[in-house]
Structures are given as C-alpha cells and as structure tokens.
Design a protein around this ligand. Sequence first.
Ligand SMILES: Cc1ncc(COP(=O)(O)O)c(C=O)c1O
Length: 386
Amino acid sequence: MATETKKKLNVPITKPALGEEEARAPFESIRSGWVTQGPKVAEFEKAVASYVGAKHGVATTSCTTGLHLALAAAGIGKGDEVIVPSFTFIASANAALYTGADVVFCEIDPRTFNIDPNDIEKRITKRTKAIMPIDQIGLACDIDAVNAIAKKHGLDVVEDAAPAIGESYKGRKVGSNAHQTVFSFHPRKVITTGEGGMITTDDDAVADRARKLRAHGMSVSDLERHKADRVIIEEYNELGFNYRMTDIQASIGLVQLRRLDELLRIRRKKAARYDEELAEVKGVEIPFVPPYAEHTYQSYCLRLTKDCRLDREDLMTNLLRRGIATRRGVMASHLEKTYTSRGNTQRLPITEEATKTTMLIPLFAEMTDEQQDWVIESLREELGTT
Ligand SMILES: Cc1ncc(COP(=O)(O)O)c(C=O)c1O
C-alpha cells in the first residue's frame, strides 16, 4: 500500500553531465558553416575508436540506427534470423526487424540479466545469421562465450553496447571484442551528444560499407567532394539511409569523451555506496557484477525479492511521493504488441520474472550526497532493514 510521507527532496532518475565546455563546443562548427557530418564527426570517430581500441568508428544518429546499419553492413536481411535477448529496450530487436530479418528472442542469465550463452545454441536454426548480445544497463555481457558459439556456427556478432561506453570485459574495452559494437550517446547514457550512436569495428570492408550506407549509399562522401579540386559525380549503387551524425553533436561528444573516465569514476563510487548501504535493506538485491566486468552504471538496478514488503508499483509510488524518480527495470520485448502481433508466442520465464521484479533508482554523476542519502533513507524506511 502507498503511504503518506513528510519530507521530500527531488531526485531525478538521471541528469546528463553537461557543462560550459560542452555549451561552447559547437561554436566552431556553427561559425564555420559546416554543421552536418564533416571534420568534427571524423575526429570524434577516431577518438572513440582509439579509446575503445578498435580500428574504425562509424558515427550515426543513434544506437538504434547504428544497430540497423551494422546488421545491414553485415548483409543481414529478409529470410535471416537474428538472436536477441528479449530483456532489453525494444530498439535492439527493432533494429533487426528493420533489415527484414526475423527476431528470435533468447533468455538471460538471472544474475547478470545479460544474454545466457547456454540458451543461444538451442535457438540456432539454418536461417540464423547473427547474434546480438547486449551489455544491459552498462554491464558487459560474456562476449567470449558468445563469440565462441558464433564461431562454431559461422554467425556474425553485433554487440549492442548502448549503455556501455567505457566498460571493460576481462580488461579489454567494450568496443573491441565483437565483430561490430554499437554505442548510444542518448542523454540517459554516461556521455551524450543529445542523440547519437557509433559503430566500432576492426573490419575495413564492413566499416566502409557502413559509411556508404549511412549516407544514402553514396559512393563519395560530402567531405571528400568538398575537399576535392576536381568535379566528382557520385554514384548510388544500393539502397542506403540518412543516419549521419552532425558536426554540432560530434563537437559536444569530443568534450564528453575527454570527461568519460572521470564520469565513470564518480558513477562507480556512488554505486559502491549504494551497494554498501542497500545490502541490508529487506527485500532487495543489489546488482551482481561478475569478475570479468566493471559496470558503467548507466542505471543502478535493484531486484525485489519475494520477501519485499511492498510490491514494485507501490514502492515506486511511495518513492515518487518522496520526490524520488524510479523506473521499472528493463522491459521484456517479446511481450510487446510489436512482436506478439507478428505471431511471436515465445515464453521466456527468466526474462518475464526479471521484468516484473526489477527497478532502477537514481544514479548520475551530479547527484549530490544529500540526494543519495535521501534515496537510501527512503528505501530503508519503506522496506525496513535486516
Ligand atoms: C540496450 C539498448 N539498445 C539500444 C538503445 C537505443 O539507443 P538510442 O536511443 O541511441 O537509439 C537503448 C536505449 O536506451 C538501449 O538501452
């Protein structure tokens, strides 16, 4: 039951860490008149690729379009199947659907909430072409296990690392461990360009194809034509898209990228404080981080256990009355009408349980100690301690 409360302190679920430097960053692009994809995007791509240890970065308008582009560049299309965990923002699966491929949902590991490698093989058919593991809410998935299965069956791997820029897997940066990895720079993520995404890969041919497809399939980029001292007539040899990031966004991204390690340090410190203070709150479990990962804590996810004295919606309501924003944990994509109306009848018990029992609480770099104290105190008061 929701209850009345006295004290109130507003704590949003998140807030992007944007300062004066980010506000000034697009000035040069705006004054130069080069506001669409140009030199700043090229610089941002190089900087992200170098940060994660990949050969190429291909910037896009979002992670969703980046995932679509990555799958298209890998030749995935009609008649193919892509294996995707259902426990993810619906954009992951939708990106596969955009290519004309069929989505086959798979289960997650109940502790990490990431793809369960043991479940992948059961879902492989003659039509399977790719696996899309996800680094859910910023925790690296077990990519070595996924790559091993992909290799055994000759499948492609496109890692959805939307929330995971800066995350490491066995000491290797996410972005350098799969055939293609795709990041998001939406404001819910650790660093942002407003909207934006980036594919990283070591594959020259795939990067080249993705660059062409993101700009209508044009054989020569705008920037090359602009720089050329001769007339170049471009060609369009296949159907492409307009998924270009702007130089305005990339100039902000360059500043954010320089701040990334510090932002992660702050987030991890705040997460460690939650771990310590919430471990003894009755009826909740703190996030599990396997030894191979670090976690970016794009979100801090609590699981409500059977002995939790409030149900999730009542707890969320009570916290909202105290000024604290929360969100349900991650959705189960296979239960959404987009998929059930396409005839998807899959049942995924671990995913369905996880989506009902998880809840995200506020965590962002600029969250004050007073705000964090209030979240901790409120959870203790609402649920009691052991
Ligand atoms: C796992 C995952 N994939 C994809 C996306 C989509 O990212 P974008 O908003 O950049 O398209 C999100 C966004 O929250 C996400 O969490």
